[in-house]
Design a protein around this ligand. Structure first.
Ligand SMILES: Nc1ncnc2c1ncn2[C@@H]1O[C@H](COP(=O)(O)OP(=O)(O)OP(=O)(O)O)[C@@H](O)[C@H]1O
Length: 369
């Protein structure tokens, strides 16, 4: 329904080097789909939203919404509603008037406008400030007004830039649930920007991970965790991050032997490797492997680690252990008695290892849980 084709954004400011904020972006978002744009600060998320909404021009490429090419239309003709990171409320208008203003173009009756404003205000819990002016309400309230002003409209696409960044965690969790309910009930298509993985996972059907202006992977949370496309996604998604280790590669028994340090080896069976991966491994002496902290067993296995830290978080232990100059983090639901300095076993199984090629691409994924 929304299609972004080979879009680039280069900012040219006089006297400064150009900034290539978005590079060759290709993305398709289905009708009724909720998508999160996730990435670190400056990776191009806001630029992407603003190009879709029409507040920034595309440097090259095309954007279509339904059957319409929209990247050359003025913002008001795109049928796209956007909640801005900086709120952009109109200071001389009350909160009610700010939200109602968004409905002006729809030529609704006075009663219908009131009904819609009241309903959306209830949903984001701002009924009690409808007669206030933006300057007299808090940042978190302004953010909710901005969100209400976008969601109250009838639009083909909703763009929400850090929609709940200013809210306290409890309210955030409640609103997340309600907004997801509203979007699903009305079959609304939405793209929201966030830094927060929990928020992305809770709200979105699919997550687009961006870094340095480049879309790294666009997939469900599960797919991102189980089948990361590259080292960036592997280390960015998941908490604590995936453990990454340099290993030495040798051929053995029809498969590949990976040596982790002096006396730990893992045997990867040939049948679990695609031909290109096998060829690549035959030509290289070292390869980077990744294992999720949740997949390392604590208390059994062949890697004897020296405990660096051991924290019980109420429902899981995070144990950091050092082995042959490498730090491994394990997460287990059990309470572990070890103290820093103790030597305990960690277990790494070959089926849980992701392998990454020299350019960072994942050449072999761990077997699914
Ligand atoms: N108007 C502009 N002129 C010049 N450079 C810009 C402009 N807007 C953004 N940039 C640059 O483009 C890059 C991408 O910025 P963008 O705001 O899209 O990133 P972001 O991922 O949304 O970051 P954040 O999460 O901090 O909002 C950054 O290097 C930023 O400094």
């Amino acid at each position: 329904m929304l299609e972004i084709r080979n879009v680039d954004k280069v900012y040219q400011s006089r006297g400064k080097p150009p900034v290539h904020a978005v590079r060759a972006l290709d993305m398709k978002v289905g009708k009724g789909e909720i998508v999160a744009l996730l990435g670190s600060s400056g990776c191009g998320k806001t630029s992407t939203l603003r190009m879709i909404a029409g507040f920034e021009s595309v440097t090259s490429g095309a954007i279509t919404l339904g059957q319409r090419r929209i990247d050359e239309l003025p913002p008001a003709r795109r049928k796209v509603a956007m909640a801005f990171e900086g709120y952009s409320l109109y200071p001389p208008l009350t909160v009610r008037e700010n939200i109602a203003f968004a409905l002006k173009a729809q030529q609704l009756s006075h009663g219908e406008v009131s009904r819609r404003v009241d309903a959306i205000a209830r949903l984001v819990e701002i009924e009690d400030i409808l007669d206030s002016y933006p300057r007299s309400i808090s940042g978190g309230q302004q953010q909710r007004v901005s969100l209400a002003r976008a969601l109250v409209r009838d639009a083909d696409l909703y763009l929400l830039d850090e929609p709940m960044g200013q809210l306290e965690p409890q309210l955030r969790a409640v609103l997340r649930g309600r907004i997801k309910g509203l979007l699903a009930e009305r079959g609304m298509t939405a793209i929201f920007v966030t830094h927060d993985q929990t928020e992305a996972s809770a709200l979105a059907d699919r997550i687009a991970v961006m870094e340095d202006g480049v879309l790294q992977q666009f997939a469900s949370e599960r797919e991102l965790k189980e089948r990361p496309a590259n080292l960036f996604v592997a280390s960015f998604i998941g908490e604590p991050p995936m453990n990454l280790l340099e290993t030495e590669v040798s051929s053995a028994d029809g498969g590949i032997r990976l040596s982790v340090g002096a006396d730990v080896t893992c045997q990867i069976e040939g049948r679990t490797l695609e031909q290109t991966a096998r060829q690549m491994l035959e030509r290289t002496a070292r390869v980077r492997v990744g294992i999720r902290p949740q997949k390392i067993t604590v208390g059994s296995g062949g890697v004897r680690v020296r405990v660096v830290s051991n924290q019980w978080l109420g429902d899981q232990s995070h144990v950091a252990g050092e082995y042959d100059g490498r730090l491994l983090i394990a997460v287990t639901p059990n309470k572990i008695a070890a103290r820093p300095g103790d030597i305990i076993p960690f277990g790494l199984e070959a089926r849980h290892l992701h392998l990454f090629g020299a350019d960072g691409t994942c050449i072999r994924h761990a077997e699914a849980a």
